[in-house]
Design a protein around this ligand. Structure first.
Ligand code: HPA
Length: 276
């Protein structure tokens, strides 16, 4: 067994000291979406610092805890807190929580993020379900699978023809309809950050075919697909990145918009998870 696979098992064993929960669904929460963790019933909270090989989160709004419990009656592991490439973390550390979820028995991964809206027909606070992504060199273009491949984890050249699970998208669309929630579907492009983009860059990203832009998620999706997990991912449009009417970005505004959309996304994901 190569190093990462051994680390996954070691970390899973450390989690198993605190919980015997059998959960097939894992959730990684992004910026401003931490409230989902509070919805988990019969929760056992395990600090990342108690789990070997888990990098410490450096963004203040991220708690850095693994929450084990049930959501909508379904057993789940929730990762509260994630690492970003722009913080200078290694890709292997960024995707480690996903690999740990797999080692704990999760087969489905749900992710969320805050993103900038590039599609001119969409609105601030909209929720988009990812149906594809763009991850090109020069944008972010970062693969957590660079280097030797561990065949015990997944193939050398994992397929990306459908990174986001069609059945999960269909189920989520049905839940959104029931909840009378407007749900967008589209393409997420990952950039490295942490600087936001120029007007020319937003125009280029839109022309490349992206609906939203953000600084996370893609490495975790790639690692999850490598492990054969099925993936659903959501963006909250926290700022509009329309090149011809661009306003100065404000982190306070981005956090406020994310907080406002949070109950809607929490309800949607809870509804999805309840049916899994
Ligand atoms: N660019 C990149 N990432 C983002 C943005 C953006 O405009 N908004 C929220 N995350």
């Amino acid at each position: 067994m190569l190093e990462i696979a051994a680390q996954m098992q070691e970390s899973a064993a450390a989690v198993r000291v605190h919980t015997h929960l059998a959960a097939k669904v894992g959730i990684v929460l992004g910026t401003g979406l931490g409230a989902l963790g509070k919805e988990v019933k019969d929760a056992t909270r395990i600090s990342y610092s108690q789990i070997p090989h888990m990098g410490r989160t450096s963004v203040q709004s991220h708690a850095g805890e693994l929450v084990a419990g049930t959501l909508g009656g379904t057993p789940v592991f929730v990762m509260e807190g994630r690492l970003h490439f722009y913080e200078g973390h290694k890709l292997a550390d960024i995707v480690f929580p996903v690999r740990l979820l797999k080692a704990l028995g999760c087969e489905t991964l749900i992710l969320s993020n805050a993103a900038g809206g590039l599609n001119p027909d969409w609105e601030l606070g909209d929720i988009m379900m990812l149906d594809d992504h763009i991850n090109l060199p020069g944008l972010a273009g970062v693969s957590p699978l660079l280097g030797p491949n561990d065949e015990s984890m997944g193939p050398r050249f994992p397929d990306m023809s459908a990174p986001y699970d069609a059945k999960l998208i269909k189920q989520t669309v049905a839940v959104a309809k029931k909840q009378k929630l407007k749900l967008r579907q589209g393409v997420y492009v990952m950039v490295t950050g942490p600087n936001l983009e120029t007007r020319a860059e937003y125009r280029m990203l839109r022309n490349l075919g992206a609906d939203v832009v953000g600084m996370s998620t893609v490495p975790e999706v790639v690692a999850a697909r490598h492990l054969g997990m099925r993936v659903a991912a959501f963006s909250i449009l926290t700022d509009l990145c329309l090149p011809d009417e661009l306003e100065e970005a404000s982190l306070d505004k981005i956090i406020a918009i994310a907080a406002k959309a949070e109950p809607k996304l929490t309800k949607l994901v809870t509804g999805l998870v309840a049916g899994l």
